[in-house]
Ligand binder design. Structure first.
Ligand code: HPA
Length: 273
């Protein structure tokens, strides 16, 4: 008989609790090239993913695997430094398991960042986009399978997946800091291949402003769990001028160039949450 998610979550929480008693308010998942924010956490306790039962470890460069718990802008945060992706060959349940664990550790808010390709013609490399909504085009859903009522409802609404109050706060902080912040719809593909010209055209026609290979599964699970979600995407390459010839290295370089601005904004928002 397979173990229930609740039992797996409890085992993972116990492994983290053996290292720290801190109760995080905000769970954070940092995308490609942005993991260095975890270095700014005060009094950090870092737990390697490999020491937490049920956590998968990433195979992609730019994604170190550890959970960092500590203080950032006077809030106790739990940062996933590095994340795993569906295209690595793991199940959606494994991809989203850390969200369940961070919720069980106490986090009521999920703040997620990622790198994406710009579809909207207004985007240039390095732009930041507040995620207003998403389109799940991964072809699957992390909630497929038996539903455990204590984790959330069988048929959760996704009408307000990205919390409006948090989005307004993010816009206010961006304006105060003088950081340009666009807003748009994130289109989630499974990857790992980049988009064809026909797919890029389709995504634009169907309402996607940026496209990436992460975030959507984690947000569905966070929303199912009743967490408030805030998502910001860094446009690391532009697709509206034609399909990407960029490599993963180019994506990391663009994310790294935007990093100081991005980190400044993320810290500013955490302070105000
Ligand atoms: N497509 C999909 N995912 C991405 C891209 C892209 O162009 N850039 C960064 N992540």
């Amino acid at each position: 008989m397979s173990t229930s998610i609740v039992e797996c979550v409890n085992a993972a929480v116990a492994a983290v609790r053996a290292k720290t008693d801190l109760v995080p308010q905000i769970a954070m998942i940092l995308g490609s090239g942005l993991g260095s924010l975890a270095d700014e956490v005060e009094n950090p306790v870092a737990v390697s993913f490999s020491d937490i039962p049920g956590f998968a470890t990433s195979t992609v460069s730019g994604h170190v695997g550890e959970l960092v718990i500590g203080t950032l802008e006077n809030h106790v945060v739990c940062i996933m430094r590095g994340r795993v992706h569906y295209y690595e060959g793991i199940s959606m349940r494994q991809v989203t398991f850390p969200v369940r664990v961070m919720k069980a550790l106490g986090a009521s808010t999920l703040f997620v960042t990622n790198a994406s390709g710009g579809i909207s013609p207004q985007f240039k490399v390095g732009d930041l986009m507040l995620i207003s909504d998403h389109i799940n085009f991964t072809g699957t859903n992390p909630l497929i399978g038996p539903n455990e009522e204590e984790l959330g409802p069988r048929f959760p609404a996704m009408s307000r997946a990205y919390d409006e109050g948090l989005r307004n706060k993010a816009k206010q902080v961006a304006a105060k800091l003088g950081v340009e912040l666009h807003e748009g719809v994130y289109w989630g593909n499974s990857g790992p291949s980049y988009e064809t010209p026909a797919e890029i055209k389709m995504i634009g026609i169907l309402g996607g402003d940026a496209v990436g290979m992460s975030t959507v599964p984690e947000v569905i699970v966070a929303s199912h769990a009743g967490m408030r979600v805030l998502g910001i995407s860094c446009i690391t390459n532009v697709l509206h001028q034609g399909p990407s010839t960029d490599t993963h290295t180019d994506v990391l370089k663009a994310a790294s160039d935007a990093r100081p601005r991005f980190i400044n904004l993320v810290r500013g928002i955490v302070k105000e949450i």
